[in-house]
Design a protein around this ligand. Structure first.
Ligand code: HSE
Length: 431
């Protein structure tokens, strides 16, 4: 057997502990797969005394992960601290400057600082791997970077956040309230330390920015991702979606439009005839459409200790074999810049729910506002009747430009018969 691959782990939360458990439990298998021992030599976390479900015997403890990153006792540093800068960035930079390969699950760090870290890794001839940063246990980085490397990719879309998918699924199936399900997702270890990263769509945007760069060979452009989260999704809309043959999913989607790349994250109506509509719970799914391969879909758990540890260890195995594709799919200097496509330019069909006073003339005012912006209505539902309470009016709108819808809705929201702010949910056109 060759020398052991010596591993330092910075951060022993859910994923860090899961990674150590996997390395210890599957040691024989990993030995056969790599021809060497994967040995955790060093660990660092906030609390030394906590039992994390793995043996720390023979491991060096570091209170300061930056000191660990500089220490000579490891070949690879696994960064599982999280955060787009601060200590996580410092740890990765120090490790690369000290001649260590780096494995990270940190999408926030890479979405903002990815190119500078890749540059540092490249200039030191080191590997920077990040399979666990996108879609948890699904090997999507490897799939795009290696398995589908022969294709021009036209579009990539997916469910990239387990917490949001779990919340939307539980709301629909168990009729539970949003906050209640979020608490449970936190207990199950799916949610980020700061749950707004999940529910406001930011985690999905960070992952999409990375996938987009990999898929299209473009610079990572996180700030160009249009982002909305799921807080505004109500049980009423979930029910209407079902009735109309849709399901509401938080999707991240990136596609080439002319010379630009449209990158967007929002909850949307997905036609139930598409497999992705049926990906439920903490599962993620990614659809990649290539010019020769056609349509491919990858599905698996996107969050939690086990699936994320699985991705971290796959990266370690690659490092052990010195298997190295360009970190972002192409060399850093061949990444291209593309223009951002504003959400107002987006074209598609829309679902709109209005809560209105049930009085004569209301519908005429509403349809006039759409007519004035050239927006065409495909169907409308108004069912309940109440002289005292607002009643829902559901409209399905034909393909139109988002800016036209937005102008129509701002006029509609000023009508005194429209009781609440209109709810607009995009109907996603998939292939
Ligand atoms: N909070 C993330 C999720 C974890 O729910 O998908 C994986 O990035």
């Amino acid at each position: 057997m060759s020398d052991p691959l010596r591993i330092a782990i910075a951060g022993l939360g859910n994923v860090g502990s899961g990674t150590a458990q996997l390395i210890q439990q599957n040691a024989d298998l990993l030995g056969k797969r790599t021809g060497r021992t994967l040995k955790i030599t060093s660990i660092s976390a906030r609390d030394k005394s906590k039992d994390r479900g793995f043996s720390t015997s023979g491991m060096n403890w570091f209170d300061d992960p930056v000191v660990m990153a500089r220490d000579n006792d490891s070949d690879v540093l696994v960064e599982l601290i999280g955060g787009e800068d601060g200590i996580a960035k410092e740890v990765c930079e120090e490790a690369l400057k000290s001649g260590k390969h780096v494995v990270t699950a940190n999408k926030a760090l890479l979405a903002v600082n990815g190119e500078s870290l890749v540059s540092l890794a490249d200039s030191n001839n080191l590997i920077l791997n990040y399979e666990a940063a996108v879609a948890g246990g699904i090997p999507i980085v490897k799939a795009i970077r290696e398995g589908l490397a022969g294709n021009n990719i036209n579009r990539i879309y997916g469910i990239l956040n387990g917490t949001c998918n779990y919340i939307l699924t539980e709301m629909r199936l168990q009729r539970r309230a949003f906050d209640d399900v979020l608490l449970e997702a936190q207990k199950l270890g799916y949610a980020e330390a700061e749950p707004s990263m999940d529910v406001d769509g930011i985690d999905t945007s960070q992952k999409l920015a990375l996938l987009s760069s990999l898929a299209f060979g473009t610079k990572i452009n996180f700030s160009a991702v249009y982002t909305e989260g799921i807080r505004r999704i109500s049980l009423l809309d979930i029910d209407y979606a079902e009735e109309l043959g849709f399901r509401i999913k938080l999707l991240g989607s990136a596609q080439r439009i002319g010379a630009g790349i449209e990158q967007r994250v929002y909850p949307c109506m997905v036609d139930q005839s598409f497999p992705i509509a049926h990906v439920d719970g903490a599962y993620n799914a990614v659809v990649v459409i290539g010019d020769f391969v056609g349509n491919t879909m990858f599905q698996g758990l996107g969050a939690g200790a086990g699936p994320t540890a699985s991705a971290v260890v796959a990266d370690l195995i690659d490092i052990s074999h010195k298997r190295q594709a360009p970190t972002l799919g192409v060399t850093l200097n061949s990444l291209i810049s593309t223009s951002e496509i504003e959400i107002g330019e987006h074209i598609g069909p829309y679902y709109v729910r209005l809560m209105v006073a049930d009085r004569p003339g209301v519908i005429a005012d509403i349809t006039a506002a759409f007519r004035d912006e050239n927006v065409s209505i495909e169907s409308m539902i108004q069912r309940s009747r109440s002289t005292t309470e607002a009643v829902p009016v559901i409209l399905n709108l034909h393909d139109c430009k988002e800016s036209e819808i937005q102008r129509s809705l701002s006029k509609i929201s000023t009508l005194n018969t429209v009781i609440e702010q209109p709810t607009m949910i995009r109907i996603e056109t998939l292939s």
